[in-house]
Design a binder for this molecule. Sequence first.
Ligand SMILES: *[C@@H]1O[C@H](CO)[C@@H](O)[C@H](O)[C@H]1NC(C)=O
Ligand SMILES: *[C@@H]1O[C@H](CO)[C@@H](O)[C@H](O)[C@H]1NC(C)=O
Ligand SMILES: [Ca+2]
Length: 167
Amino acid sequence: MLTLWIVTVCAVIAGGSAATEKDWWETASFYQIYPRSFMDSNGDGIGDLNGIRAKLPYLKSLGITATWLSPIFLSPMADFGYDIQDFTAIQPEYGTMADFDALVAEATRQGIKMILDFVPNHSSDQHEWFLKSVDRVEGYEDFYVWHAGYEDPNNSSNRLPPSNWVS
Ligand SMILES: *[C@@H]1O[C@H](CO)[C@@H](O)[C@H](O)[C@H]1NC(C)=O
Ligand SMILES: *[C@@H]1O[C@H](CO)[C@@H](O)[C@H](O)[C@H]1NC(C)=O
Ligand SMILES: [Ca+2]
């Protein structure tokens, strides 16, 4: 036990001395933006990319050097954007790809880095891959983890979900 502890401490010290320069994200001041409620630019009551762009000078004045956007990708919004239908498209109520390009260009000009919340561990049930996988289209069968479900002990014609996940 003691030997293991010493080895661990040595590894940490060695790792620390190897890293001389810090990466930008180790010293950046981050501001997480939840796009839906941050700033609405067109009066439809939903925050959007142009709204975020309009607030960049304000963020800069606070000393913010990086932002992290909660998901802005195309989504049926069953889980407020964490259920992604297309990882390469912008949710229309947030704007267009051109709005996104303009946002990144302006942030870059102001010296603010931008990080997108990428959620690769699951997708919307409307994602093309999910639709193909659930239909067992060749090549997509194992894109998701499938389970036939458990037999309901109280009703043999019913199947119960294989896990207690709620979304
Ligand atoms: C998947 O990612 C989301 C978003 O980061 C996270 O909240 C959730 O706990 C993750 N789920 C699993 C099963 O790993
Ligand atoms: C089966 O029925 C029993 C008795 O009503 C109940 O306690 C149990 O939760 C039921 N099981 C399931 C999986 O619904
Ligand atoms: Ca709006």
